[in-house]
Design a protein around this ligand. Structure first.
Ligand code: PEP
Ligand code: MN
Length: 263
């Protein structure tokens, strides 16, 4: 069902007044985690002013260590919804368990399935039964074929609103957190009709690599990017090293506009 052969036109997925796919570039920005009302509302206003189309923020966090900050969970979800209402930006947040799906059905505009859950087939089937736009992130060690087959689980349940997200894969390279597989962008665009976005923040793990990788993603034909932005990266509860300050994010947006059409 993802196969371009049977569906030659690009799919365009609408989210409120914004969309993924087509000839423009969609920018999602926000903190790794929602940390409190001021933090998320301030970042929402900052990224909106810089021109982001959507607000991201993790409430349920898939952390490698159980001793790391796990997110504000239900409270974080409510704070993100409130920041979405106040800023008018559609919101994107990660669902880790079907247990929380009901709370996501109201007001969460785009459900993210994280890299660690790319092959959680029962979760994929459940989000496939909703009509919600789903950002499916590539697994840490998933091949392109496995990635497309994971999307197929959602599509096969009747939900065609799947956005693929390349977020870096594990390689022997240690300098960066992951290795951005930029070739996945044109390959996924060739094999499927789904919108493809890139997350250069998790792919690199390093804030100063985010801008060049974001620009490269646009030039490679991606339909958008997801960028981590934090008002105080040094004190972020999660992923501060890869987060852009709002002024750096604005710089990134300006340089993307020089390369193409950003919404
Ligand atoms: C995230 O987007 O916050 C995240 C945890 O990403 P990934 O699933 O790609 O690691
Ligand atoms: Mn993160």
């Amino acid at each position: 069902k993802a196969n371009r052969f049977f569906h030659p036109e690009d799919s365009v997925i609408t989210v409120k007044n914004e969309s993924f796919g087509g000839d423009h570039f969609t920018v999602i920005a926000g903190p790794c985690s929602v940390e409190g009302p001021q933090q998320i509302e301030q970042i929402a206003m900052d990224v909106k002013k810089a021109g982001a189309a959507m607000l991201r923020g993790g409430a349920f966090k898939p952390r490698s260590s159980p001793y790391s900050f796990q997110g504000l969970r239900e409270d974080g979800l409510e704070l993100l919804k409130e920041a979405g209402r106040k800023s008018g930006l559609p919101i994107v947040t990660e669902l880790m368990s079907v247990q929380h799906l009901e709370a996501f059905m109201e007001e969460v505009d785009v459900i993210q399935i994280g890299a660690r859950n790319m092959q959680n087939y029962e979760l994929l089937k459940e989000v496939g039964k909703t009509g919600k736009p789903i950002i499916l992130k590539r697994g840490l060690a998933a091949t392109i074929e496995e990635f497309i087959l994971a999307a197929e689980y959602i599509l096969d349940e009747g939900n065609g609103n799947v956005i693929l997200c390349e977020r870096g894969i594990r390689t022997f390279e240690q300098y960066t957190r992951n290795t951005l597989d930029l070739s996945a962008v044109p390959i996924l665009k060739k094999l499927t009709h789904l919108p493809v976005i890139v997350d250069p923040s998790h792919a690199s793990g390093i804030w100063w690599l985010v801008e060049p990788l974001a620009k490269a993603s646009m030039v490679a034909g991606a339909d958008g990017i997801m960028i981590e932005v934090h008002n105080d990266p040094a004190h972020a509860k999660c992923d501060g090293e890869q987060s852009l300050k709002p002024e750096k994010f604005k710089h990134l947006m300006d340089s993307l506009r020089e390369l193409g059409t950003v919404i």
